[in-house]
Design a protein. Structure first.
Length: 159
């Protein structure tokens, strides 16, 4: 299984129900994998068994808990475990959930198409409004509907 994570640099929209006891940031929140590989453990310490290794740099992950220098994360499929915080980044990324997802020059369905991304592509996100996110991938840049992405909350808005 390949997964990447990064620390969220923006807060989720108002209404977050919980904040982490270590960082005081919203739980859950999205991050990306900073490293090319990241051990996923059963518990929050080096003494816990490694269940698997995430092997996809920049893959978005959702932080669901914090304990010291450890973050419990899950991928798009809900699989996860504990990862050391040094393996995570605040760079926001998303996973494309629709094959040949069209990127538009503006956040409008009738705007010119700048590129199309395949299912499973990981793209960097620089901003999101209520319905669209601005993505960068493979030298291309454009707006995509938020509903076709995993790695941002539906209510999340940031720039």
């Amino acid at each position: 299984m390949i997964v990447t994570t990064s620390f969220a640099t923006s807060a989720f929209a108002a209404g977050a129900e919980e904040v982490g006891k270590v960082t005081n940031r919203p739980i859950p929140r999205f991050v990306s994998l900073k490293a090319a590989e990241g051990n996923v453990r059963r518990g929050p310490s080096l003494s816990h068994r490694i269940d698997w290794v995430f092997k996809r740099r920049d893959m978005p992950l959702r932080i669901t808990a914090e304990h010291g220098h450890w973050r419990r994360v899950e991928d798009r499929d809900g699989m996860g475990g504990w990862v050391h915080y040094s393996l995570l980044s605040g760079t926001r990324t998303v996973l494309v959930e629709k094959d040949m997802l069209r990127l538009h020059s503006r956040p409008q369905t009738d705007a010119p198409v700048t590129a199309a991304l395949e299912l499973g592509v990981v793209a960097r996100v620089s901003e999101c409004n209520e319905e669209w996110c601005l993505l960068r991938s493979g030298g291309f840049k454009g707006w995509a509907p938020k509903a076709r992405l995993w790695g941002v909350k539906t209510s999340e808005v940031f720039d």
